[in-house]
Design a protein around this ligand. Structure first.
Ligand code: UDP
Length: 344
């Protein structure tokens, strides 16, 4: 197959590209490198089945030759990232998704949207199943991501219904693993960076909020299963093992082999209180369930960070200085940052 991966140089996207290449497919990776990194795909560039296009998909998406599947992952995804770039996040979820759908329509390709558990907002139903419509604040700080992805789901279904595009939607729950950016501000990366640097772990709120963490290899297996199925979804993909943020801090301390010192910060606005996927649909429709225990996954991720001491030291310094703050800390972007969007 020839597979187009938008956001292919990102954390999850680069693992997906790697797996596709390993199984013999051709991959066209499109990324504007705004949150993805060239380093993530450096090893793949040697393959004659791998092609990298440096493109901003909100402006255009041009690919020569045939395309059998479009895996649409392009978007900032960590809360500090999308809070720093609110307009770009809305643009990629809306215009970017439309451009990716148009391309899938032109090529008669299967289209898979990487949606998110954020479409459930701060959920009133627990665990979250796909027929729950969510509890999203449409004007809160996180709305730039939540509503962009909700629109992306809507437009995906519209292309399916109106134009017959073969679409599928996966809702990805918290995913972690090697190639997360040390400075992406997510809880797993931040805790590992802090533990490896001997810094206190920053717990937002009292740490009783929960998340369910899925190792990236498991998640990529789910994405491939969705690509190969004819399922429309949405289908939740995540690990149903739920932990409080405080429990995660203890676990990270054990894995890093250091006594855990924690420091409490304010809880960001609209931070979901509980999150756990009901994955019954993924089990039955995709034959998928996660295999990797969090202890194992965290060990692999810690080893990966430990092999990048400079990156970790720089991120630890930024965390100490509050540079990678939570959404409520995010500084409004300067006008310069948005100049290109305003001009466009
Ligand atoms: N969090 C935390 N300390 C940090 C970063 C995040 O306590 O240094 C909390 C955050 O408030 C949230 C949870 O950890 O409740 C997961 O945050 P993350 O940014 O990883 O992703 P989210 O699930 O909120 O999109």
């Amino acid at each position: 197959m020839r597979v187009l991966v938008t956001g292919g140089a990102g954390f999850i996207g680069s693992h997906l590209c790697e797996r596709l290449i390993a199984r013999g497919d051709q991959v066209v990776c499109v990324d504007d490198l705004s949150s993805g990194r060239h380093d993530n795909i450096a090893d793949l560039l040697g393959s004659d089945r791998f092609e990298f296009l440096h493109q901003d998909i909100t402006e255009r998406l041009d690919v020569e030759g045939s395309v059998d599947a479009v895996m649409h992952l392009a978007s900032p995804a960590s809360p500090p990232d999308y809070l720093r770039r609110p307009l770009e996040t809305l643009a990629v979820g809306s215009r970017g998704t439309e451009n990716a759908l148009r391309l899938a329509h032109r090529h008669g390709a299967r289209f898979v949207l990487a949606s998110t558990s954020e479409v459930y907002g701060d959920p009133a139903i627990h665990p979250q199943c796909e027929d729950y419509w969510g509890n999203v604040n449409p004007v809160g700080p996180r709305s730039v991501y939540d509503e962009a992805k909700r629109y992306a789901e809507a437009v995906t279904f519209a292309y399916r219904r109106a134009l017959g595009v073969d679409t599928g939607i996966v809702r990805i729950f918290n995913t972690y693993g090697p190639r997360m950016r040390a400075d992406d501000g997510r809880v797993v990366s931040s805790f590992l960076v802090q533990a490896l640097s001997g810094e206190p772990l920053t717990i937002y709120g009292d740490g009783s909020q929960t998340r369910s963490f899925c190792y990236v290899d498991d998640l990529v297996t789910a994405l491939l299963a969705m690509m190969e199925s004819g399922e429309a979804g949405p289908i939740n993909c995540g690990n149903p093992q739920e932990r409080t943020v405080a429990e995660l801090a203890t676990l990270v301390g054990e894995i890093a082999g250091c006594p855990v010192v924690t420091e409490h910060h304010d809880l960001p606005q609209d931070d979901p209180t509980r999150r756990r996927p009901d994955i019954a649909l993924a089990r039955t429709r995709l034959g998928w369930s996660p295999q990797i225990e969090i202890e194992d996954g965290l060990r692999r991720t810690a080893a990966w960070f430990a092999s990048r001491p400079e990156e970790v030291a720089a991120a630890a310094a930024d965390l100490r200085g509050g540079q990678l703050g939570a959404p409520h800390d995010a500084q409004p972007g300067g006008h310069d940052q948005h100049a290109a969007l305003l001009a466009g």
